[in-house]
Design a protein around this ligand. Structure first.
Ligand SMILES: [Zn+2]
Length: 407
């Protein structure tokens, strides 16, 4: 790992912005620098990858797909505190579609805004709860509720999810499965809470990320410095007194999952894997191990309903990781192929600043009849993932060529 950033992803910055007062305040300032470009024109290979992604983006006017290309290929990954570098993205042609701004592609202030009351029902039986920057997805099946990701701390989970579910007619006690998208603390904070509320609920995670969390928990209990730090709540908190240190340790112990039930593993000889998980007599979920953002990043495909018809929702968790761009591209190719075979035709990310999803969720909350870009069709999901993979390849090449800058 070349840079500290590899262990402190933007996901963590956003979650820090959402953290409850007293939970250890952090700011985005000084933590990390985004990679950025172009400093020089692309060399041929990077240009080729960029153009391949662009070709996919230009045949589809779905706003999530266009954003994917603009941000991941044209502008790079930006810190929320980045003032902008005068690139095209700084003066977007259509802010209602791209939601980028002179201060980067996302504003910290917007990150905290919760979807209240009752989250947003973005499909017939699927809801998003949380804030613009970070949240969870709940799918209601005939056998109960499936939960994807769990916010950063029990308090955040309580406030953003549990207290909002009743307004949507959902009872947290009905949760049968919790899917943890990756090990970073801003996705794992509510796992222990769900166990208490719904003791029979099964927690699903990948084997590589379960191992990281288990090691972090044991190290924390032994009183030793935890690596990677972002496995624990408020990773950059620096307590000044013994009381603050004790409160932080308590928060971290409550926020780190104490065990898992189902581990998704790699296929023999590969770093990627796929596992079918029957969550009830009528529901099967496909969980895919796709290392990139973390060694055990997971995506799932779950059957849902939309406008009365059956659809297959791909739920992603996590964002970029330029130092792992080569593996990320391989994993995304794998995910693209698996998603196509599984008929994934609808897509969401539990970090909905990605692709400006939060903007479209807001539109749907205000008017359920608004256009629903999440239901993009099998071809749309295929293009979306193709763009992501090609932009990862372009990123790797640009960093290698020195035409874009690392951290
Ligand atoms: Zn993350």
């Amino acid at each position: 790992m070349r840079h500290r950033w590899t262990r402190i992803a933007l996901a963590t910055c956003i979650a820090a912005a959402l953290a409850a007062p007293g939970a250890g305040h952090e700011t985005a300032e000084g933590e990390s620098k985004p990679f950025r470009g172009p400093l020089k024109p692309d060399q041929p290979l990077a240009r080729g990858y960029n153009d391949a992604a662009k070709a996919l983006a230009m045949v589809d006017d779905n706003p999530l797909i266009r954003w994917e290309y603009r941000v991941w290929c044209e502008t790079g990954y930006r810190s929320v505190s980045d003032a902008g570098t005068g690139q095209e993205v700084d003066t977007p042609a259509d802010v209602t579609r791209d939601m980028v701004s002179p201060k980067g592609f996302f504003h910290t202030g917007h990150a905290r805004e919760l979807f209240t009351p009752g989250g947003v029902r973005f499909l017939d039986n699927a809801w998003y709860f949380g804030a613009n920057g970070l949240g969870v997805v709940v799918v209601k099946t005939d056998e109960g509720l499936l939960l994807f990701d769990t916010m950063g701390t029990p308090e955040e989970f309580d406030k953003a999810v549990l207290s909002e579910m009743p307004a949507a007619g959902l009872d947290p006690k009905d949760i049968t499965h919790v899917f943890v998208g990756h090990y970073h603390w801003d996705h794992t904070g509510g796992v222990n809470t769900v166990r208490k509320l719904a003791p029979k609920a099964k927690v699903v995670i990948t084997e590589p990320d379960a191992r990281i969390i288990d090691t972090a928990r044991r190290t924390l209990l032994a009183g030793q410095p935890v690596e990677p730090a972002n496995a624990l709540a408020s990773p950059r908190a620096k307590p000044k007194t013994a009381e603050e240190a004790a409160a932080l340790r308590d928060l971290r112990l409550r926020s780190i999952p104490d065990r898992f039930d189902i581990l998704v593993t790699a296929a023999p000889g590969l770093k990627t894997g796929l596992q079918a998980i029957r969550t009830g007599p009528s529901t099967e979920v496909f969980a895919m191990l796709t290392p990139g953002h973390t060694p055990g990043q997971m995506a799932v495909v779950v059957p849902v309903k939309h406008q009365g018809g059956v659809r297959n929702l791909l739920i992603m968790s996590g964002n970029d990781q330029p130092d792992e761009a080569a593996q990320y591209a391989i994993s995304t190719d794998y995910l693209r192929s698996a998603a196509a075979q599984l008929g994934a035709d609808t897509l969401i990310n539990t970090h909905p600043y990605q692709s400006a999803m939060y903007y479209h969720l807001r539109q749907l909350k205000a008017d359920p009849a608004a256009p629903n870009p999440f239901a993009m069709g099998v071809d749309g999901v295929n293009r979306f993932l193709g763009i992501y993979a090609d932009c990862q390849r372009a990123t790797k090449q640009r960093l290698q060529d020195g035409t874009w800058l690392g951290f």
